[in-house]
Design a protein around this ligand. Structure first.
Ligand SMILES: NC(=O)c1ccc[n+]([C@@H]2O[C@H](COP(=O)([O-])OP(=O)(O)OC[C@H]3O[C@@H](n4cnc5c(N)ncnc54)[C@H](OP(=O)(O)O)[C@@H]3O)[C@@H](O)[C@H]2O)c1
Length: 339
């Protein structure tokens, strides 16, 4: 895990008044870039005396990208995928702070789509997973600077990761998405049931799928409270019925995560934090077992598997103001699989 991240400090909407780690800190009177309308979220560059638009430093009006000269590591940034304020203004909260989220398990699958969706909406995103950040697979802004490498199955690593994440987000976290999950199979790909699941597998599955979400939510509580943030737990259709491929440890860990969502929603609501769950059915990612399509298409009324982007849309909705009175809910997204 690296320590510092400069990812936002040269943004037009940040800098002075940036909250210090551990607390919201002082507010700058106006933190919007010139020409940014926080009501309509439209960026219109002001016109200078020469009749030409004045762009914020680093903004390239030809490519419509917003460039920073160097990454945290000092190397040149790949600007290709950077968002322009002209196209994607930063998502700001009511105090003019850029909305910031933490997504676990963002390196592929559903987590990957969640990052892309929120990046498109102008959020700053901190990611974590076991592997180092891969620019070629994850072409979003500030990726390497805002990636925390951590094994969520390791009780010792999570508290250290939380310290690192708190330092990075600087006092406010608008969304925590507990997406990372594992679904182990037997040595030949077979389903592990209550008789065949080894104890160490039970422990591992429950650590990644259930304990990591509670440790992160507790560890980042102050930041979530400061932002009146939102927690989204990715559960599963298998938490409510036996599945031909997903094992018993996985299914019970997801059922427990559903219950945790309800409990945490009740505990966190007085502090202004909403907690919800999304229970996907069969979504096309690496986690699916071979044969899922053949087995499930006849059983899914919509006659297709789901796409990670469809889950990402729902996560975004739950983290948005549009869902401001929704908490303690689990929303199914499964093409009608449970009907
Ligand atoms: N796809 C589906 O049909 C489906 C259905 C229901 C529920 N879900 C749930 O949706 C979530 C995402 O699933 P997915 O299909 O996108 O899975 P996936 O493609 O297998 O991706 C899992 C992600 O979790 C990370 N991860 C795994 N173990 C980790 C650990 N110990 N510490 C930190 N990160 C870890 C992985 O990154 P690293 O390998 O780099 O660590 C990866 O980014 C999971 O919670 C899953 O249970 C999926």
């Amino acid at each position: 895990m690296s320590s510092d991240h400069p990812s936002d400090k040269d943004r037009p909407n940040s800098g002075q008044g940036t909250p210090s780690p551990g607390g919201p800190g002082p507010r700058a009177p106006n933190r919007y870039p010139p020409g940014y309308d926080p009501v309509t979220h439209v960026y219109t560059p002001p016109i200078g005396p020469d009749g030409q638009p004045i762009y914020p430093p680093g903004y390239d009006p030809v490519t419509h990208t917003f460039k920073r000269p160097e990454s945290a590591a000092g190397g040149a940034i790949d600007h290709e995928h950077h968002h322009a304020y002209g196209h994607v203004p930063p998502a700001l909260d009511a105090d003019g702070e850029r909305r910031t989220m933490l997504v676990t398990g963002a390196s592929r699958g559903i987590g990957h789509s969640i990052v892309r969706k929120f990046a498109d909406e102008g959020w700053r995103i901190v990611t974590c997973s076991r592997h180092p950040f891969e620019r070629s697979r994850c072409p979003w802004e500030a990726g390497p600077e805002d990636h925390v490498q951590v094994d969520l199955g390791d009780r010792e690593q999570i508290p250290l990761a939380i310290i690192d994440i708190r330092r990075r987000v600087g006092g406010r976290l608008h969304a925590l998405v507990n997406n990372a999950g594992i679904s182990p199979k037997g040595p030949n790909g077979e389903r592990l049931n209550s008789m065949t699941t080894p104890m160490h597998t039970w422990m591992q599955v429950f650590h990644v799928n259930l304990l990591a979400p509670i440790m992160l939510a507790k560890g980042l509580f102050d930041e979530l409270k400061a932002a009146r943030g939102s927690v989204v737990n990715i559960t599963s259709v298998v938490g409510s019925r036996v599945h031909p491929f997903a094992g018993t440890a996985y299914a019970t860990s997801k059922a427990a995560l559903t219950a945790l969502t309800r409990e945490m929603a009740n505990d966190f609501a007085p502090h202004g934090i909403r907690v919800n769950a999304i229970a996907p059915g069969e979504i096309v990612t690496d986690i699916l077992s071979p044969g899922t399509e053949e087995k499930f298409l006849p059983l899914i009324p919509m006659k297709r598997l789901g796409r990670p982007e469809e889950v990402a849309e729902l996560v975004h909705f739950l983290c948005s103001e549009a869902a401001s009175y929704i908490t303690g809910e689990q929303i199914n997204i499964n093409g009608g699989q449970l009907l």
